[in-house]
Design a protein around this ligand. Structure first.
Ligand code: SF4
Length: 264
């Protein structure tokens, strides 16, 4: 297999991919590589048969035939030789798995929700799609840094909403979709090492409000963070109130009345 080495400085996009999608390995000379299954136009974790065939080919070529599915709805090549990374990057990019967003907000978890699951109270995928569309600017996503956003369509919690820094839970009221927001949860991963459930910030938001509410929470972080401070750390320093106030400001009058009824 040809080994391609960048000289003198690798392209910016490659460096971003290495930063986010390539991970340390216990065996010298190897890396683990995440194939991002999070991109605009497809539900988080969804892949076509052709895309899965391409992932299988990548595993055969670069990872001793081994490919793993991760709990956060991505694919992992666990046995990649460090020297193969530049060639692998080109192949991963061609296969559509090179979005350098692992651990960032667009690497969100979303359960199938009401589009596919008979148990759902609300749809998850349209919420994920709207947020992905609003966060299409990769520079903005990098600026926001590591944020776990998790969406579940019902209290069965397959989207692990309770462990998201930002969690969204679909709830039902008389056949209408509503979305409860939790903040400050953590799954104990490296960027928030203590596992805790998030706290509910108030009555549920209407489907038409939920994306605005999340955006308001992110705007509050941007406005009030300290230099280099991660979202979860800013949230713990500032407390829920400023984020809650910003999200609540996105409610329409009608929704506010209705959510008070939901909470009653
Ligand atoms: S969280 Fe609820 S809606 Fe989502 S997949 Fe699980 S059971 Fe279905």
């Amino acid at each position: 297999m040809p080994t391609l080495r960048w000289r003198p400085t690798p392209p910016f996009a490659y460096r971003r991919w290495v930063e986010r999608n390539v991970h340390a390995h216990q065996v010298a000379g190897y890396r683990a590589v995440t194939l991002s299954v999070k991109r605009a136009g497809q539900a988080p974790g969804d892949a076509t048969d052709a895309q899965l065939d391409a992932a299988a080919d990548l595993a055969d070529r670069f990872s001793l035939g081994e490919l793993r599915v991760t709990h956060d709805q991505n694919l992992l090549l666990p046995w990649v030789k460090s020297d193969d990374l530049p060639v692998l990057y080109a192949a991963v990019k061609a296969a559509g798995y090179a979005t350098p967003n692992i651990g960032l907000i667009t690497d969100m978890i979303a359960c199938p929700g009401g589009d596919f699951c008979a148990l759902a109270n609300a749809r998850s995928i349209p919420v994920a799609a709207e947020l992905t569309e609003r966060l299409a600017d990769l520079d903005e996503v990098f600026d926001l840094g590591e944020i776990d956003l998790h969406i579940s369509g019902c209290i069965n919690s397959c989207g692990h909403h309770h462990s998201g820094h930002i969690g969204i839970l679909g709830v039902d009221k008389d056949g209408t979709e509503w979305y409860q927001v939790t903040l400050g949860g953590s799954d104990g991963s490296h960027h928030a090492p203590v596992a805790v459930p998030g706290k509910v910030i108030g009555p549920a938001f209407a489907a038409s409000e939920i994306a605005d509410a999340v955006e308001a929470i992110l705007d509050t972080y941007r406005a009030q963070r300290q230099a280099g401070e991660k979202f979860i750390d800013a949230l713990r320093r500032l407390g829920l109130e400023p984020f809650k106030a910003a999200a609540n400001a996105c409610r329409t009058t009608t929704a506010r009345e209705s959510t008070e009824a939901v909470a009653a």
